[in-house]
Design a protein around this ligand. Structure first.
Ligand code: GDP
Ligand code: MG
Length: 196
């Protein structure tokens, strides 16, 4: 296999409202989890080098589907975001069922990219998500998003604080910005190491 992924080949595959609709894994898979509005769509677009392939929503809060993209023989999975949207118990239930079903299903979990906003301490839901990944022994990295909104000094300070709070090893935390491109090459290296 090639030693790098040609992201220019990225394309939308399909959108699923229930995990039972998703076909079995046919190639390595990288999935993206995080709070609604944390920057999942933006980081995927940055990886793909395509501004509008993954919809960036200006109205956060819609519990969405599981969206599959493919680039060069690797699947990229945009999972529904948590937090923002879940005003009702029914919505929280739907999210938990989707995520639970997804990670309990028999799939190629090559890498999970767990996104956390670098500007804030991780929320209770961020903690739950990462504990879930740790307990299930899923290979994951934490991408701290929107680093362009902080100074270099603040970035380092927040990254250290978040690392402590989440008990994630420093090498598994990547400071990123979909605006400036910070950390995107590092994230690509981690994805390639996990998939190729
Ligand atoms: N400044 C800045 N804004 C970002 C960044 N990533 C995402 N955003 C903004 O945050 C909002 C939510 O982003 P989106 O990618 O839709 O988040 P998602 O709900 O997790 O998919 C949008 O207004 C984006 O433009 C980033 O790295 N820097
Ligand atoms: Mg999104």
């Amino acid at each position: 296999m090639a030693d790098s992924i040609n992201y220019q080949l990225a394309r939308f595959v399909a959108s699923y409202g229930a995990v039972s609709q998703i076909p079995p894994s046919s190639c390595p898979e990288v999935s993206f989890v995080g709070r609604s509005n944390v920057g999942k769509s933006s980081i995927m677009n940055k990886l793909f080098g395509r501004k509008g392939l993954v919809k960036v929503s200006s109205t956060p809060g819609k519990t969405s589907n599981v969206n599959f993209f493919e680039a060069d023989g690797v699947h990229f999975v945009d999972l529904p975001g948590y937090g923002f949207a879940q005003r009702s118990k029914a919505e929280r239930g739907r999210w938990a069922r989707l995520i639970g079903d997804f990670f309990e299903s028999e799939r190629s979990f090559n890498l999970v990219v767990s996104l956390v906003d670098i500007r804030h301490d991780p929320s209770a839901l961020d903690h739950q998500m990462i504990e879930f990944l740790q307990e299930g022994e899923f290979p994951f990295v934490v991408a701290l998003t929107k680093a362009d909104k902080l100074s270099r000094n603040q970035q380092a300070k927040q990254a250290a604080a978040i690392k402590r709070q989440l008990t994630v090893p420093a090498e598994d935390i990547i400071v990123t910005s979909s605006q400036s491109g910070l950390g995107i090459d590092e994230l690509k290296r981690r994805i390639e190491a996990a998939c190729l």
